[in-house]
Structure formats: C-alpha cells, structure tokens
Design a protein around this ligand. Structure first.
Ligand SMILES: [Zn+2]
Length: 388
C-alpha cells in the first residue's frame, strides 16, 4: 500500500505549496479509527466548495492511512476540479493499476479517469472507457450521457443517434426530439454537400422520431426549393403551422419564393391572411404590406400597416411605415423622417431575434441547440413589441 503513497507523493510535491504547507513524510502508522470521520469532514469541505480545506484533510488522511481508495478518488476529483487534469489522470491511472481493487471500485476509478480524459480533450480515450463501463453494467446511463456529449461536440451524429437509441432503451428519458435533431444535423451536412436526395431521406427519419420536428419540415421545404419542386416545398413549409405556429415567421419568405415561381401570388396572399387572422406576426404583416405596395400603392400599404400597428405595436412595423413615408415624401419633413428612421434602425440593429426559453440566451440567428445551455429545441423567435 505504501507504494501508492510514494506514487502520489511526487504529484503532491510537484505543486510547491503542498510541500511548503504539509509535512508529507510518512509518520509512524497511527490508528485509523478516526479515519472515516475525517474523511467525511473532508468531503463536507469539498461539497461546500472549500477545496483548500478539503486538501488539508485528505493529505492528512494519506499521511495516516494510505489504504483508503475513496481518499485517492476524492483527491483526483479535486485536482480535476482545479484544472490540474494531468494530476487527476495520474492518480486515477495508478488506482486502476492496483490489483486489489474490487470490481465496483475499479469501475468508479474508470469513471473518474474517463472524465479526466474528457476534460483533457482526449475524447478517444474517454470514449473507450465509457464504452467499457457500459459493458460492465455500472454507471451505464451516466456513461451514455457522457458519450452523447462527446459525439455532439465532435459532430459525430451517426454515433450520437446510435447511442441515444440505446440510451432510450434503458432509461425513461424521451430522446425522440433529440434524435430527430441529430438526424437534422446529418441532413444539413448532406444538404451542404448538395446531396439533396440523401438529405431528404434523413429528414424523413427525423420526422419518424418526432412528427412535430419543425426543423425537419423547414429542411424538407428548402431541399425541395433547391430542386425547384415548389408544390412539395409548399406542403413541407405549411406543415409547420400544425407542428408549432411560433415558427411561422421562418416560412414566409421561402413560401413567397415558391408561390412566385408557380405564379400563384393570390394563393400566397390568402395564406398570409389566414396566418395573420389566426396567429398574427409582424413578418406576416410586413409581407402583406409588401404585396399591397406592389399590387396597389404606398397609401394602401401604409393604411394596412397602421391598422395592424394599432392592434399590435411593433418596432419593425414602425420602421416599415417610415420607409413608406420616405417614398411618398409628403407632409412630414424628410429630414425628420430620416432621423426617426435612424432611431428605429438602431433599435432593431442590436435586437436579438431568438430566445432560449430554457436559459434565456438570446441571439440573432436560429440555433436548434442552445449555445448556452446545450438543450435542443428550446430556442424560438421572440414575441412582442420588439419581436414578431
Ligand atoms: Zn438555453
């Protein structure tokens, strides 16, 4: 047992203050009766985020009795938490090398080592160890979640999908929406490589997992749009109304493109009216105003926007109204209008458009996985005066 202590000693000694603050030379063997109370005291410090005091206790423990595996495990965790991952790795590797460990202790040490590797960015090694744990049957659910995090970080969606499916078999988590997002990630990369047919097949798999997957419908719509299949694109985009009307603003522009290509502008206007009547939305109002501007004149478009602004104030609506007034140049001084326009433009310039309803993260582009809390499907267009 002493040899482990000697293995640990250089690690501890390597950080100078350890040597300065503690007498690390082994004392004569003392009774280990007080060990467990000290151990829990140390743990308590750990839990209360007082690592310095915890190190005090644990070092003392090693000094008294180096047989306590938990102490070494806790010390390893401590090093990792303080960012000294290499030391944590050494401690855990040494632990695993001990032939006296029982199966459970070995698994615990493996789990810690896997987390060290992950923290150090050694994903391959971490992956191997998490797989080993899954095979052993210990910490399976935790290991699966760790693997998912790794695959997400590496954008290895194939493995992420397989892992999430296995996890779904043994846990009660509903992973269908997440798996659908993984499929969408895969489909997006095929779309970028212009492999539209493959991308399309994969989005279908996403919908099989989660029939309310807005992202899949958007993708399918855009894929058909790329292939000039406008009718099918329209069907896909329109599905979003049933899936989650909060995202309707995303389909207005692509729909306009589709209807324009099949020369059915009236149908487009009718659909916009339907959306407006049922869900509102500034994007819809502005698109309708734009069609009025083209079909009729500025006055008709302005009257329409004013009427809508009374019902639902919106900075974007106001901004558009100024644009119309600038075309007409009547009554109001052009200079004043430019001033107001400058203000609304500034107001809109730095406004986030999307918000995560899980953690409150806001941004200007639509992320399907929140960059802040890493949840999937939690970001939506912002509603209200400065939003939709
Ligand atoms: Zn979030």
């Amino acid at each position: 047992m002493l040899e482990l202590f000697w293995l640990l000693l250089p690690i501890a000694a390597a950080s100078g203050w350890f040597v300065a603050r503690y007498n690390l030379l082994p004392k004569t063997q003392q009774s280990s009766k007080n060990l467990s109370s000290d151990y829990f005291k140390g743990l308590n410090y750990l839990l209360n985020e007082q690592p310095d005091k915890a190190i005090d206790i644990f070092i003392k423990l090693i000094d008294v009795d180096n047989e306590t595996i938990e102490t070494h495990l806790a010390l390893g965790v401590l090093f990792r938490r303080q960012g000294e991952v290499n030391r944590a790795i050494l401690i855990h590797q040494n632990l695993i090398a001990r032939p006296t460990l029982n199966a459970q202790q070995r698994c615990l040490a493996l789990l810690e080592l896997a987390q060290d590797y992950r923290r150090a960015g050694l994903f391959d090694r971490a992956e191997d160890l998490f797989q080993e744990l899954i095979l052993s049957g210990e910490y399976r659910i935790y290991a699966y979640h760790q693997l998912l995090d790794i695959y997400e970080q590496e954008h290895d969606w194939e493995k992420a999908i397989k892992t999430a499916k296995k996890l779904a078999e043994i846990s009660e988590d509903n992973l269908r929406t997440v798996i659908a997002q993984y499929y969408c990630e895969q489909a997006e990369s095929y779309k970028q490589q212009r492999q539209y047919q493959t991308a399309l097949q994969i989005t279908q798999l996403a919908l099989e997992q989660d029939c309310d997957c807005v992202r899949a419908s958007l993708l399918i719509g855009h894929l058909f749009l790329e292939e000039n299949e406008f009718i099918q694109a329209i069907t896909a985009f329109k599905r979003i109304e049933q899936q989650d009307p909060d995202y309707l603003a995303e389909i207005i522009e692509p729909l306009q493109q589709c209807y324009k290509n099949i020369d059915k502008k009236q149908e487009f206007t009718d659909y916009l009216q339907h959306i407006l009547a049922n869900y509102g939305g500034t994007t819809t109002v502005l698109m309708l105003a734009e069609t009025l501007l083209q079909a009729e004149n500025e006055q008709k478009a302005a009257d329409f926007v004013v009427k809508q602004l009374h019902k639902r104030p919106s900075i974007r609506g106001l901004d558009y109204l100024i644009d119309l007034a600038l075309i007409k140049r009547e009554n109001i001084s052009h200079e004043h209008l430019l001033l107001i326009k400058d203000m609304t433009r500034q107001l809109l310039k730095n406004k986030p458009i999307y918000r995560c309803h899980q953690c409150g993260f806001t941004g200007k582009s639509l992320h399907w996985q929140c960059p802040s809390c890493k949840q999937w499907n939690t970001i939506k267009p912002i509603q209200g005066i400065d939003g939709e």
